[in-house]
Design a protein around this ligand. Sequence first.
Ligand code: AMO
Length: 468
Amino acid sequence: MSLEDDLGDWRRSHYSSELQGMDGREVTLMGYVSSIRDHGNIVFVMLTDKEGEVQIVFKKDGSSNLPEAESKVEPSPSSLSSLSPSPQSLQSSHSLFSKAKVLKEHSSIAVRGVVKSMKNAPKGIEIIPREMKILSLARSIPPFSIYSKSIPLDARLDIRAVDLRRHYLRAVFKIRHNVLKAIRAFLDEQGFIEVNTPKMISTASEGGAALFPIFYFDREAFLAQSPQLYKEQLTLAFEKVYEIAPIFRAEPSRTNRHLAEAISVDVEHAFVNYEDVMHILEGMVSHVIGYVKDKNREELDMLSMDLVKPTTPFPRYRYSELVDMLRREGARIEWGDDFTTEHLKALAGILKGYYFVVDWPASMRPFYTKVKGDGSYALSESFDLMYNDLEISSGSTRINRKDELIARLKMQGLKPESFTHHLIVFDYGMPPHAGFGLGLERFLMTITGIENIRDTTFYPRDIDRLVP
Ligand code: AMO
């Protein structure tokens, strides 16, 4: 005989977080078994649902499985259905207890029972069960407990769906949800519309390197490194657009801040320059943090994060200024060199929190970046947004004149012929425009204190990992 039951007409009446002040009421709870403490004649089962957890107490003699309180139960409208089971459907305390005995951690269960205040129980509440359905009995024990801390990352990622049951990871992704919500609300308020652009493309958008080739029917194509060229084109019709979507980077980096597939928040705005979009970006970052601080108190507590809403404007440092600063600190760096990890660490020793690095050498930025109009042509109207030593966003004023764009393509060793479909748009009055791309996983690292980017994404992809 199967130990498992069908869901049938059972439905959850409450989440575990909704039981305060419900002493004596009957509820139907659903979730998974996150821990079992078997003391022989009494079994404590922790049921976890998406909102939290609650303890279910199974006793062998059933003494309190059908408590006196039962007759005094005052149903809430949502638990009415669970209050009127036919007498036959009530499980005998014996069969209920034997069912509890076969439970394994991670099994999915549904429990009908009475809420009881209990000082020693977690959150002061436990459930005295009347009936239980085992909806899915766990077949195997995961290679690690979701409570243990020092599990190698690879072992966790190999069975990510179970790993994500960890409380702190659920906190990270609940925060992620609100980060996205707040970004959308902020940009919506500013008059942007959300767009989607192709992820299978025929030419690189960020220079030739780091592309994933794919088969596209009978042709070679690539996974998009960014929506850069499309979001620029869309300013022609919509002026203010944003996209939240995957970007693909075939970077062979094994670091705690690089993914092969990441989510980018891309913003593009017509009739403005890089200073205007830096203003939007810092406003957005500050708004999102304020929102999360307000809405995710419990999750932030769990992550021991004392989030401070950053004040704007964020400090701005010119690239050249930082090169000088690094030299004063004894670092070896030439003007035009990118900052190495060591350089960034040295800078983070001095510059804390969110700050912009602006006016990068033009040679270091992608072909679409506008050169500064100071006559030197050496600098560009560009910026990176940093958090300590982590780059979380970059952006710029874009070139909006076709001949200039062609010249820059050539200068960077790219073939204008490969960009025909992009360049043609510039024949139709491309407005001046500027924008940025913000790495969602990196931004989430700064909010949650998570140090490895793999834990701010559901199913990370990197040079060593294509599964699960
Ligand atoms: P960039 O290449 O700097 O700029 O990317 C923008 C932001 O995206 C994030 N990011 C990554 N996150 C995780 N893993 C990666 N491999 C990875 N690569 C990038 C970073 C980075 O700051 N088109 C421009 C943006 C623009 O100018 O609008 C671009 O893609 O947080």
